[in-house]
Write a protein that binds this ligand. Structure first.
Ligand code: 9WN
Length: 440
């Protein structure tokens, strides 16, 4: 049973397990999230994983980020998957043939997806540098800087479809929380039939329990959305007129704001002016509060641009703006109240892990992926926010809970939000990496 008694754990053994997991997932210049489920390179996974490598093999942190940004598109987008050409067809669905990135203007030589993921990379690069500020790290960071700036520019311009200073996602995969209840309402407007999936072979359900994964109907919609974007060769100029899913996500935008803060720290090392980054950070925080904060619920909610309204679901995405150091005090205290409420159960001593969805909601599902289970990366982001806003007591409670999850179940992809039982992939990259970070 879940006890949150991290003090009693063998830290050395946990560290060895985490390092062994990262080593086993290392693949010449990047780390796969999971050998079975996700055998290619994923964007936000690589950022979290780089933080882990910075504790044990810092040169790998830079190889990880550098290999990802080598696949950056000319418009600045960092693709959410970079495919490993050495793997056989069918290693992952949807694979490179489905994405057909080669047909798009400005795509790199490597086969990639056409979507993005939360831009946590500048923050990860800054943390990796701070952990080990060698000459080599400084040179790598300097080379990354213009690419990180281009990534931000892409999101802040081409993806500001709502015109209010925030980036929108065009697919639930871009949020990183694929089947979160946050996407149910906007996804319902995407025409699809579960029968579509008979034409494809899902790879995930061959490696994980189908009851712990998105449904076939979810996948039919995921496929329909990629097809809609791909049809226009992943161009963003007419999204408002054509694309059926356009949502401003609190996590993506909070990550984008935090990235500007990180870039303000990195800029002087690259001989650049930090001022514009600080200004952009302030503008993003202001836009998040203006567009995504709901004073009646006291949390942040995604904005569905098609329906022009906030999505009602109260998921863990709403807590992500805590990572912004300049979040106004009113929103900080509202989010702390939300996090400590029975919905999420955050406490200085947690009796259950932090869930990915409101555990009092009727659509809370403790086994199904992002609809309830506890995830290390989201825990880690919330913990950073707690430290930033002067709540070391709650941050310590969350840290103990994270350590307990891995101590009890291993480096699983996600965990049962009541029992802490391991779910999904048993040897998952960011779980190992972020464990190393919280143990440091
Ligand atoms: C689709 C790799 C990725 C994570 C996402 C997670 C899951 C992919 C999938 O795995 O998404 O991108 O096939 O389900 O939801 O956050 O980056 O670990």
């Amino acid at each position: 049973a879940y006890t949150a008694d991290a003090g009693a754990r063998d830290v050395g053994a946990l560290r060895r397990l985490a390092v062994a997991t990262l080593e086993a997932n290392w693949e010449h210049d990047h780390t796969v999230p999971s050998r079975t489920l996700y055998p290619h390179q994923w964007s936000w996974d690589s950022a979290f994983i780089a933080i882990g490598w910075s504790h044990v093999r810092p040169e790998r942190a830079w190889r990880e980020l550098t290999s990802l940004f080598r696949a950056q598109w000319r418009d600045g987008r960092v693709p959410h998957i970079v495919f490993n050409p050495a793997l056989p067809v069918g290693s992952y669905f949807p694979g490179p043939e489905f994405w057909a990135s080669g047909l798009a203007e400005g795509a790199p030589a490597a086969a990639t997806s056409g979507l993005v993921q939360p831009p946590v990379h500048a923050s990860a690069a800054w943390l990796a540098y701070r952990r080990c500020p060698s000459e080599q790290a400084r040179a790598a960071l300097r080379r990354l800087y213009p690419r990180l700036v281009a990534q931000q520019r892409y999101l802040a311009t081409r993806r500001d479809v709502g015109g209010g200073g925030l980036a929108c996602v065009v697919h639930p995969w871009e949020s990183g929380l694929d089947n979160s209840p946050a996407w149910d309402a906007p996804l319902a407007a995407v025409p699809a039939d579960a029968a579509v999936m008979r034409a494809y072979r899902r790879h995930d359900t061959a490696h994980a329990d189908a009851a712990h994964r998105p449904t076939d109907l979810d996948y039919a919609r995921y496929v329909a959305l990629v097809a809609s974007y791909r049809e226009r060769r992943y161009r963003d100029d007419d999204l408002a007129a054509r694309h059926p899913f356009l949502v401003e996500c609190p996590l993506v935008n909070a990550a984008m704001g935090a990235a500007e803060h990180a870039l303000a720290r990195i800029a002087p090392l690259a001989g650049a002016d930090p001022g514009p980054h600080r200004e952009r950070a302030a503008r993003i925080t202001e836009a998040l509060v203006r567009r995504l904060y709901d004073p009646t619920t006291g949390t942040f909610q995604p904005r569905d641009l098609r329906a022009d309204r906030l999505v009602p679901a109260r998921t863990v995405l709403g807590l992500a703006p805590l990572v912004l150091p300049d979040l106004p005090a009113r929103q900080v205290s509202a989010l702390l109240a939300e996090a400590c409420s029975p919905r999420f159960g955050l406490a200085a001593r947690m009796d259950r892990p932090l869930p990915s969805h409101d555990r009092t909601a009727p659509d809370f599902e403790p086994l199904r992926y992002w609809r309830g289970p506890s995830w290390m990366n989201v825990n880690w982001l919330v913990r950073r926010g707690l430290l930033r806003h002067g709540r070391p007591d709650l941050a310590a409670g969350l840290r103990d809970s994270m350590i307990e999850l891995v101590a009890g179940a291993g480096c699983h992809e996600y965990f049962h939000p009541d029992t802490g039982a391991g779910l999904g992939s048993p040897a998952f990259g960011w779980t190992a990496a972020l464990l190393l970070d919280v143990l440091a």
